[in-house]
Design a protein around this ligand. Structure first.
Ligand SMILES: *Cc1c(COP(=O)(O)O)cnc(C)c1O
Length: 433
């Protein structure tokens, strides 16, 4: 069972946490208990395939509630792609999470959520309409993950002229069950319209709306799978790795903490941020203070009030001492980010996106004091997604990976809408009511 961070008595099954997203009290859903999967993990062979690892963990985590077969089927249908573990230097191996359809790690969470919703809806013979606003990348992962899934329609709002041409193609060129609404306004307008839709009782009574945003537990938990998989690849040499996680909203890191709670042996977690260093400051000072976000090169991590802090504080009973027992924080500047991208390309012929470079710098700092530690660095996006910065910093052309190149060549299909929430409501009722 799962419960809200704010009202522990509000216990719900996995399916409810999934379709609700946010708890009614405004809190986040968390697992009531973390099962001990250490025996299961130990029984998986070294070098296991990702699909097999995910299937076994899904059975262990969700089998009681959904049935083992269903739990396994969801994992197998979620992941048609796999991470890759690339040893780049003596002590740092990069866990590349960008080999999925949108070339970023969010493909893993979105893929599992989409497969789980499809499976649960099929059992109940109902439909759902996933409604989401995006400033670019999150929407791309959601669109790709839900495209072609049965029982589900997807409506994505994005601000006209404010996403990159390639991002726009990823949102608009899929067709089928994915509809893109091009809003003549800002990202904030898009978010406001979506929020109003969810609180419009008349609309929600007529259209079965659900959200797929990054706070959804159905996106968070499966991100723990690749921590286990990475450990499985080389566990006889590195039985207890350090994981370094470039972080913004801290969903990726929280998933790693959950994997630790299942029994994965982890020596330490490194929380790497850009100048938006709310969590590293908290670890230093013991005072948690959110701020307005600052624009940086690693813009997917420009978060001044990380939503998953609430889940971490729940796990660690609001005690900074418990945080410090597991996590060390590092804040990295834009100048260091550029320097790292250029140097690692020069010295190791390895290209990184700016988010991954923030993590690389943090891993190096850790290893200055712990040279014997083996660090697994989570790489959150393909360098080609941040073409300009990477090419300008390294002087190298970055070829587009196949999934992005394919989308770049397709036709944009978007429905233009204004910023009036009533226009959105009318559209939803007309199409899906
Ligand atoms: C979303 C994102 C992050 C931040 O992940 P969180 O789970 O929010 O900490 C880092 N890098 C990239 C490329 C992302 O898209």
């Amino acid at each position: 069972m799962y419960r809200s961070t704010r009202t522990p008595e509000d216990r719900v099954p996995f399916a409810d946490a999934l379709f609700r997203g946010l708890a009614p009290d405004g809190g986040l859903y968390v697992p009531e208990h973390h099962p001990d999967l250490s025996g299961l993990m130990a029984s998986l062979p070294e070098g296991s395939a990702f699909a097999d690892t995910a299937a076994a963990l899904s059975r262990g985590l969700f089998g009681d509630e959904l049935g083992e077969e269903t739990a396994e089927r969801i994992a197998r249908r979620a992941f048609s792609f796999s991470p890759a573990l690339r040893p780049v230097t003596e002590g740092i191996a990069v866990l590349e999470l960008f080999h999925g359809p949108s070339c970023a790690f969010k493909d893993f969470g979105a893929g599992f959520l989409a497969a789980a919703m499809e499976e649960l809806l099929a059992g109940e013979e109902r439909r759902a309409v996933v409604l989401t606003a995006t400033s670019g990348d999150t929407g791309a992962a959601v669109a790709r993950a839900f495209h072609g899934r049965e029982h589900i329609d997807v409506v994505i709002l994005y601000p006209s002229g404010r996403v990159s041409p390639l991002q726009e193609k990823q949102l608009t060129a899929l067709g089928g069950n994915v509809t893109a609404l091009e809003v003549s306004g800002s990202f904030d307008d898009c978010q406001r319209m979506v929020k109003e839709a969810f609180t419009n009782g008349d609309l929600t009574a007529r259209v079965p709306l659900t959200s797929a945003n990054s706070i959804n537990l159905g996106r968070l938990i499966p991100q723990g799978f690749y921590y286990v998989w990475a450990w499985l690849q080389d566990r006889s040499r590195v039985p207890e790795p350090v994981f370094c996680v470039p972080s913004g909203n801290f969903g990726n890191l929280t998933a790693g903490l959950y994997a630790g709670a299942w029994g994965l042996p982890v020596r330490r977690y490194l929380a790497a941020t850009n100048a938006n260093d709310v969590v590293p400051s908290y670890l230093n000072t013991g005072h948690y203070e959110t701020r307005a976000s600052i624009h940086t090169l690693s813009n997917a991590m420009d978060v001044g009030a990380p939503s998953n802090y609430e889940r971490m504080a729940d796990l660690y009973h609001d005690k900074v001492g418990e945080f410090r027992d597991h996590i060390t924080g590092f804040a990295v500047t834009d100048a260091e980010t550029r320097e790292t991208i250029a140097r690692i390309r020069r010295e190791h012929d390895y290209l990184m996106c700016p988010h991954t470079a923030v993590g690389w710098k943090a891993a190096e700092r850790w290893r200055e004091d712990h040279p014997e530690d083996d660090v697994i660095l989570l790489s959150t996006a393909h360098p080609a997604k941040f073409l300009e910065i990477v090419e300008e910093t390294t002087g190298r052309a970055v070829p587009l990976p196949a999934p992005l190149a394919e989308m770049a060549g397709r036709e944009k299909q978007a429905v233009p809408v204004g910023t009036d929430p009533r226009e959105l409501a009318d559209f939803l009722v007309r199409e899906f009511g």
